[in-house]
Structures are given as C-alpha cells and as structure tokens.
Ligand binder design. Structure first.
Ligand SMILES: *Cc1c(COP(=O)(O)O)cnc(C)c1O
Length: 417
C-alpha cells in the first residue's frame, strides 16, 4: 500500500471506507452508504462538513491570496485572529503564536516555558510536570509529557521523562476533600522539586485521547495557586477542549482561572485546514524581550498564520457566536445525559459526560472489538479508543441524529456478554 495510514498496522490491508462527500454531520461513502459522524473527525469538524458560510469566506480569501510567510511581513487575517483569540480566551492571555498543528503548538508552549526561565536567569528549571493518562500530541517533547501509551511506547527508551501525577480523582463534581488530596500531592512535588521544574502542563477538565477522564475544575484552581506559590508556569492544553466542547468556550472557564500559556487547535479551524495557536500572558511574553536573538522565541513554522486557516478560524468563531453554539452544546449535553442514564450493563465501569462529550468505559478492550463495523452497518461513524466508546459530535447535530448515534452505542452494550 502506497498510502501509510496513522495508528495502523499496515500489514492489515483490508480496504477502508472511502469518503466521497460530506454534508452537515453526514459522511457520504463511495459505496453509497451514509454515516452520521459521531466524533466530528477527531473533534475538529464542529460545524459539520461543507459549511456554506465558511466555504464562502475561504473562497473569498483564496481569490485574494492563499498564503504569505509570517516572517518579516504581516496580514489582516492573522492580526484579526490574534485579536479575536485574545478577546475570547481567558483573561490575561494577550499574545498569540500560530503554528500548524496541536502537537507543534504544544512544542511551542514547552519552549516558551523552558526558555522563559532561562531568559529570567534561572538555571536548572528543565523539568515538566504532567498528568497520567494525558495526551499532548505525537512529536517528541509532546510524547514526553504524555503518558505511556500505544502512541509512544516505541520510544520509551528515548524519552526524557519529567514528573507525572495521577489524574485527579472523583470526577467533575469531586468533593473538595478529594480534590485537596490531589492538590496536596502536587504541592509535595513542588515543595521538593520546584527549583528543577519549569511548568505543569495538563488538559483542563477532560483528558481526551488518554481515555476521556473528567476531573474537577477545583483542581485547576488549586494548581493555579500552587504554581504561583512555587514559581512554576501553568500550561493548559485546550487543543481538544477549546471552542465549546466542555460546555464553556474554554475549559479553563469552569475554574474561573487563566493559565500562563494555553494551546488551542483542532476545532479552531473546524476541520478545514490544520492550525493551532499558543497563547501566553504578558509575564511570559515580556520574558522574551531583549536585544538580539538570544532572548527571542526562535520558532517559525512555515505555514504559521496561514491566511486561509486564519480566515476559517475567524469565520468559525463568528458562527459560534452568532448562532449561540453554547446553547446548542447545552442541549447536546442534556440529551446525552438523559440517554446515557438508560444505558446499563454489568460491562460498564463508568459513564462520563461533560458538555458535548459522552464516554462509556467498559471492562475490557475486547468488549469493543467489532464495534466500529457494527456502528457503520447502522449508519454511524464511531471509533472507540481502547475500552472507551465516546461521542463528540458536531454542534449542529440534530436531535434525531444524536439519538441515532447513542442508540447504536446502547444496542452494542446491551449485547455485551
Ligand atoms: C489532538 C491533540 C493534540 C495534538 O494535536 P495535533 O493537531 O494532532 O498535532 C495535542 N493535545 C491534545 C489535548 C489533543 O487532543
């Protein structure tokens, strides 16, 4: 096979479904089948496929110019998007660095944090804290701060690991005392090692690719206070959670706090073109001011700030705002809650819901074997991660379509023996 696919044993050459066109949540396949996309193509296609308003804005930009380097020259789409992102993200995030994917956005965030301390005259703050079950991307430093998994196991010997803490216990509504126990573990680590630690990176509220684990925003508040107390930067990876997915525009809002650095990607460009942004507060930004290159952030992806990507993002944000997507997401959450309440089986270990994310964990990965093909036969596109089956639909999904997607999960689980 000429085309090398992601996360796939290429020895297996069974033919893949062939996408021919898309409309709304529907994926039309070459063999005539139509699938409802239950996971918005790796959580990016939030407006569905082939959105007329975004298409039109993109075509307008194509007919003006599709690209110009951001080195030494600027343009309105990049400036306007930077402005808009600072307006809609948590207070204090006032500076925006663009890149072409979430993983690279994470690399940029970690470079910012590590170099910040060097620029400020601290030596030895080289280590990073992250959470077990976290996922931050497939590039090397991103793998280092992600938990061991099938994504990174081949490189276990090469990775220069930092510190890992357990996923905070107790779910979204964890009791304050439970959160305090996890915060105490963070404080203990910081008390003993803060002179070696540059930053703490985590996916706020929901760890997505690592298995859809949801935890309390109170932990984020505690992390904010402790990072300030021990002089460590706080980084939120909102590549998956950003743009409404958890019911707030950004998951940090559940905690009412701002990180020092935040990464967004995936849904930012609604599935049209890969792009990401790493935002920082002014404290971090000012740490890079000086004479000459030695203190500057020496990073510059070729396609950073691509005008087509910026135009898509700006148009997407205006659709989110004008069509009040947060209320659509509330409705999706209510339907998931209501429907999941009826899905019961001894096979289920936990049901987890926040915003437009619903996940069901079963006892063994084997229990999900064959599920993808089963769902396709029923006209639904879902792809479990290990023993977790989840939905993360486009926000424009209709109630009927959403009920259909959930019914397929329900039917499968009822058959697990
Ligand atoms: C997907 C993801 C990434 C990586 O983004 P890519 O665009 O695939 O490089 C990083 N962090 C989180 C939380 C993600 O979900």
């Amino acid at each position: 096979m000429k085309l090398w696919y992601p996360y796939k044993q290429m020895k297996n050459t069974e033919p893949l479904p062939l996408m021919q066109s898309g409309q709304g949540t529907k994926m039309h396949l070459a063999d005539g089948r139509t699938l409802i996309d239950g996971i918005s193509s790796w959580w990016a296609v939030i407006h569905g496929y082939n959105h007329p308003v975004i298409n039109e804005a993109l075509i307008r930009q194509i007919n003006s110019f599709s690209h110009v380097m951001l080195g030494g020259i600027t343009h309105n789409p990049a400036m306007a998007l930077a402005e808009k992102l600072c307006e809609i993200t948590p207070a204090g995030l006032n500076h925006v660095f663009f890149s072409d994917s979430g993983s690279v956005g994470v690399e940029v965030a970690l470079k910012m944090a590590l170099q910040y301390w060097k620029n400020e005259g601290f030596t030895g703050k080289h280590k990073i804290i992250s959470l077990k079950n976290g996922y931050h991307g497939d590039t090397f430093k991103a793998m280092e701060v992600s938990d061991d998994s099938d994504f990174s196991n081949a490189f276990a010997d090469v990775l220069n690991r930092g510190f890992f803490l357990d996923t905070p216990a107790g779910g979204f509504n964890a009791a304050p005392a439970t959160v305090q126990q996890d915060a105490d573990k963070l404080e203990e680590l910081l008390r003993n090692h803060s002179s070696e630690i540059a930053c703490f990176i985590l996916e706020p509220v929901v760890q997505c690719a690592g298995g859809f684990r949801i935890y309390s925003p109170l932990y984020l508040k505690a992390a904010r206070e402790l990072c300030d107390k021990y002089n460590v930067l706080l980084i939120f990876d909102e590549v998956a959670t950003g743009f409404g997915r958890t019911g707030k525009m950004f998951a940090a809002e559940h905690a009412g706090i701002s990180p020092d650095i935040m990464i967004i990607g995936k849904a930012m460009t609604a599935g049209y073109i890969g792009h990401a942004a790493t935002l920082s507060n002014t404290r971090v930004f000012n740490g890079f001011l000086g004479d000459g290159y030695s203190k500057a952030l020496m990073h510059g992806p070729t396609f950073m700030g691509n005008p087509l990507a910026c135009t898509v993002a700006l148009t997407s944000i205006s659709v989110i705002e004008q069509e009040n997507y947060l209320s659509k997401i509330k409705r999706i959450e209510a339907i998931i809650r209501e429907q999941f309440a009826d899905i019961n089986s001894p096979a289920i270990t936990e049901k987890r819901i926040v915003g437009a994310i619903g996940a069901i964990e079963v006892q063994h990965e084997d229990m999900m074997a064959g599920f993808k093909a089963f769902a396709m036969d029923k006209g639904v596109w879902l792809r479990p991660i290990g023993k977790v089956v989840y939905l993360m639909p486009a926000y424009i999904i209709s109630e009927e379509e959403l009920l259909k997607v959930i019914s397929v999960i329900k039917e499968w689980i009822s058959k697990i023996r």
